[in-house]
Design a protein around this ligand. Structure first.
Ligand SMILES: CCCCCCCC/C=C\CCCCCCCC(=O)N[C@@H](Cc1ccccc1)C(=O)O
Ligand SMILES: [Zn+2]
Ligand SMILES: [Zn+2]
Length: 475
């Protein structure tokens, strides 16, 4: 059997004007359906149902292909099983999600659910997170099928509908179903990191960062109860004041810098050659310059998130009336846990910083950082991503493993594989990063086409029989 058999039926990623027009119109249509998730109990089910109908209309070939099974899970999530012709190849999975975070009109250049095209960009909530991926995956498969493509390696496409509010009815249910069916996956590719451009001073060239892990998280409720009373004769301290002081102590006391542990060191070492002198020497010798680099990284709020567990005060609630001493004050802190720490360790640190018994702690949700997926020469999923990045983005010199500072639905699939990669084949600049969950989220038509092309190639590359060449170790 030829080791490169998978390339025999390679279909070039060339698309007609008509196809290119249809694919951007399809993305606009997806953005126009307001599939907003507010909380696990409050998702826009009408929009989700409409979205289910929409993908059936836009991708008819997928739904009528005999070797593709489509199932609706948890009412609005979608699982596609694409049966390959060679059962000896272990299947893999592509993931995306259809829900989006809320987007009030204020501050947007165009209404967030308009899907308007302006200056070469498609605007709207979900254009980067994550309808671009969802539509690009289905679009690539649709176009491959139209060209009579028959995959060798089976694969799944899992499209969650509640990723933005925990994934408990989508990803968790799909994962349990596949586990019950005895499925084991070679690897998973989900949203997460990007081709990063302009995030690091002195690094002029973009580089691709494939997240091989993601941070853990805790949603922590802090609560202070005090006896209510008349505001004309106030006590020395109120529940609001005590809680505010506790929160302020937390904001003033960053958790320890964990530089040196976790995948970040590898990221920087692999990037060293991209830097001019003397930064290249510094990064090649982290054993000596580690403390300097770690201090530089904490100066910027994005790179700071890579070196430590972060704490964000996201909700604050207190008081019942203007002339009543408040009986209770509550705050929610969202923590993202560095790969070298655990939920328990972080909770201990937080309690020690607050150091006030009147403040009660309630853990609402918590999970540890995700295990680190392999990125060596034998890691099939990582190497396929690297290979496809090199062919679709030849100008990108460096592909490096890293961590994802946000969380993804892929964390619900650790029962099916040890190889989870979080990567969007899209350029991201710092201003784009702020638009994710922020305002004026947009994607260029060209970037979306390239993302689709990437998946079109990736699916074909995954068929290859050319397994990564094992390291030769001397005995
Ligand atoms: C040295 C290199 C510099 C690198 C800079 C890093 C730049 C970071 C680039 C991209 C990160 C974007 C993260 C996007 C993925 C997050 C998806 C998301 O929004 N997830 C939600 C999901 C969630 C999780 C738990 C409860 C509710 C929702 C989230 O994380 O909040
Ligand atoms: Zn997302
Ligand atoms: Zn998101």
């Amino acid at each position: 059997m030829s080791r490169v058999k998978g390339r025999e039926q390679h279909i070039p990623s060339h698309f007609s004007q008509g196809e290119r027009f249809a694919m951007k119109e399809a993305l606009k249509g997806a953005i126009q359906i307001p599939t907003v998730s507010f909380s696990p109990d409050d998702i826009n089910t009408t929009a989700q149902a409409e979205f289910g109908e929409f993908i059936r209309t836009v991708f008819p070939t997928i739904f009528k292909t005999r070797f593709i099974q489509h199932e609706v899970i948890g009412e609005y999530s979608h699982l596609f099983t694409v049966q390959g012709s060679d059962p000896s190849l272990q299947p893999y999975m592509l993931m995306a999600h259809s829900d989006v975070v809320p987007a009030p009109d204020e501050g947007w250049e165009v209404p967030p659910f308009s899907g308007l095209e302006h200056d070469g960009f498609i605007h709207g909530r979900g254009t980067l997170d994550n309808k671009n991926s969802l539509m690009a995956i289905l679009q690539a498969l649709e176009l491959l099928l139209i060209r009579n493509y028959i995959p060798r390696r089976s694969f799944f496409i899992a499209l969650g509908h509640d990723e933005e509010v925990s994934g408990q009815n989508g990803a968790q249910k799909i994962s349990a179903l596949l586990q019950a069916r005895g499925v084991k996956l070679a690897f998973i590719v989900d949203e997460g990191n990007f081709i990063l451009d302009g995030f690091i001073p002195y690094l002029k060239k973009p580089f691709a960062m494939i997240a091989v892990s993601e941070k853990g998280a805790i949603d922590l409720k802090l609560q202070v109860n005090m006896t209510p009373g008349h505001s004309s004769a106030p006590p020395k301290e109120t529940s609001i004041g005590i809680l505010a002081a506790a929160i302020s102590r937390l904001e003033q006391t960053p958790l320890p810098n964990m530089f040196g542990s976790g995948p970040l060191k590898t990221t920087l070492q692999e990037l060293a050659n991209e830097f001019p002198f003397p930064a290249n020497i510094v990064l090649r010798n982290l054993w000596l310059f580690g403390p300097l680099v770690s201090r530089l990284m904490e100066r910027n709020y994005i790179t700071n998130a890579l070196v430590r567990t972060t704490m964000a005060l996201t909700m604050f609630n207190a008081g019942v009336k203007m002339n009543v001493i408040p009986p209770m004050a509550q705050a929610i802190i969202n923590l993202r846990i560095h790969p070298a720490q655990t939920v328990q360790e972080v909770l201990e640190l937080v309690k020690n910083i607050v150091a006030d018994d009147r403040v009660q702690f309630h853990v609402l949700t918590a999970f540890d950082p995700l295990p680190v997926s392999p990125s060596d020469h034998q890691a099939l999923g990582y190497q396929l991503l690297r290979q496809t990045i090199q062919s679709i983005f030849p100008e990108v010199n460096t592909v490096a493993p890293g961590i994802c500072i946000g969380n993804t639905d892929s964390r619900h699939y650790t029962n099916l594989t040890t190889s989870i990669y979080r990567f969007n084949p899209v350029y991201l600049h710092p201003q784009d990063f702020r638009s994710i969950h922020g305002i004026n989220e947009k994607i260029s038509v060209q970037a979306y086409e390239t993302q689709m092309k990437f998946i079109f190639e990736f699916i074909q590359n995954a068929d290859t029989y050319q397994e990564p060449i094992p390291h030769l170790h001397e005995l």
